[in-house]
Design a protein around this ligand. Structure first.
Ligand code: AOS
Ligand code: ZN
Ligand code: ZN
Ligand code: ZN
Length: 424
């Protein structure tokens, strides 16, 4: 579905008055508001193709209807989100769920919506129908060379699709690991994985990056071969300068200090990017910022601190992606909320008085350091984020407009109520 000509304008005209009151107040409080707005305008977040439909739990799936039935409709959905918030200008594809039939047509369609292709994702965590070897006991780590070869070839295939579409990176997430002590020789599993990754790395074009995503557990519950940032960093360091570690916020053991991990990876020049989401217990893939907004803010604090003058947009080479799965909410509404939460955290982190924070750190003034961070975090910056969106031609309240015009009902009318997007 497409928005009608004046839909955003009409919506904005209704909200403009009250928005202006809040924005004027805020811009008086924040002298650097103009520079923050221009940074927000430039910041884009990639939407994963697999988050456009409802996910599921191990126990059930409750699709809401109108889900995209193919790659074209997925691009259409992200295009709609981007029209509404002007901050979702990229899509991250997954092979084999999103194999393009006609590269040129897909590229043109994405361009029409102002979308670029972020990291390509390979899938060696499931067996596909036509597949010869099984990944039941792992893929790149497998004891059997034939299985490893199949998984390597799949990844190279994914790179090829990505080259055709203009993507510049491959994300490798492995489900490899073991469920019971004794099942696996850890060192052999690591070495096999490294050797396999090396072959994939060798197929990367010069201007490409490989992101190695880590995850503490699940689907394997005893050991995971790329289980934490240490293991990922070990792989990416051995692989070379085109390999980076990817941080999915839900992939840590409980209470891990993710902002510290981010700061050190950045320091080492090995931070590849993010899969933004939120979690209470594990890889919950909940809406970004729905559980731990302060953590998200602290991550952005480290990013701004560590990236100095480097622009925090796609030109930085970092992958700013969402990885989510929705069991209850409308997936598109959920993504709008996630993008909003990321923009808010970024804007709040831009408010931090860095000179004062440095001063407090150097004088061991713990109380002031906390005050400085929390002053920024407790500032309601929503009017700044809305202003950035407004200036880019987006909706002052994307979620409100999404509901006002009944997007979901229109999608159900167009696509049917029983559609289930390919994905998790
Ligand atoms: C799995 O837990 C990882 O987060 C993956 O990044 C992602 O969910 C997957 O590649 C999508 O299928
Ligand atoms: Zn992920
Ligand atoms: Zn995950
Ligand atoms: Zn996740």
């Amino acid at each position: 579905m497409k928005l009608r000509e004046n839909e955003i304008n009409d919506h904005n005209n209704l909200l403009k008055g009250s928005h202006k009151v809040r924005f004027d107040f805020l811009s008086k409080l924040i002298p650097e508001s103009e520079s923050i707005i221009s940074k927000l305008i430039n910041f884009q977040i990639a939407i994963p193709s697999w988050a456009l439909g409802s996910g599921g739990t191990r126990f059930g799936r409750f699709p809401g209807g109108g889900e995209p039935r193919n790659l074209e409709e997925k691009i259409e959905d992200v295009g709609l989100l981007h029209k509404l918030n002007c901050s979702s200008g990229a899509i991250s594809l997954h092979i084999p769920w999103d194999v393009p039939k006609d590269y040129r047509a897909i590229k043109n369609l994405a361009a029409e919506y102002g979308l670029r292709f972020d990291a390509m994702n390979s899938n060696t965590f499931q067996d596909q129908e036509e597949q010869v070897e099984s990944y039941k006991f792992g893929s790149l780590q497998h004891v059997n060379k034939a299985v490893r070869k199949q998984a390597i070839e799949h990844n190279i295939e994914v790179i090829k699709h990505g080259i055709e579409l203009g993507s510049k990176s491959l994300t490798v997430w492995l489900a490899d690991g073991s469920c019971f002590p004794g099942q696996l020789n850890f060192r052999k599993a690591f070495q096999n994985t490294l050797e396999s990754l090396r072959e994939i790395y060798a197929a990367l074009p010069d201007d490409w990056k490989m992101f190695v995503e880590y995850k503490a557990y699940e689907p394997n519950f005893y050991s995971t071969t790329v289980g934490d940032w240490g293991q990922s960093l070990l792989f990416t360091s051995k692989l070379g300068p085109k390999a980076y570690t990817l941080v999915d916020l839900g992939h840590h053991l409980p209470n891990a200090n993710i902002e510290q991990i981010v700061s050190l990876l950045l320091m080492e020049g090995k931070l590849g990017g993010f899969h933004f989401n939120d979690s209470k217990y594990g890889d919950d893939d909940l809406t970004t910022g729905s559980i731990k907004p302060y953590q998200l803010f602290l991550i952005f604090n480290e990013l701004i601190d560590g990236m100095d003058e480097r622009n925090m947009n796609h030109a930085s080479g970092l992958g700013w992606m969402i990885d989510a799965s929705h069991n209850l909410k409308d997936p598109l509404e959920d993504i709008l909320q996630s993008v909003e939460a990321i923009m808010i955290a970024y804007a709040q982190a831009l408010l931090i008085d860095r000179a004062a924070l440095k001063e407090a750190q150097l004088s061991n003034d713990v109380t002031s350091a906390q005050e400085i961070l929390q002053n920024a975090f407790r500032t309601d910056v929503r009017a700044l984020v809305a202003e950035a969106r407004f200036r880019s031609g987006g909706a002052l309240s994307p979620l409100k407009l999404f509901r006002e015009i009944g997007v979901r009902n229109q999608l159900i009318k167009e696509r049917g109520s029983k559609t289930i997007a390919t994905g998790l």
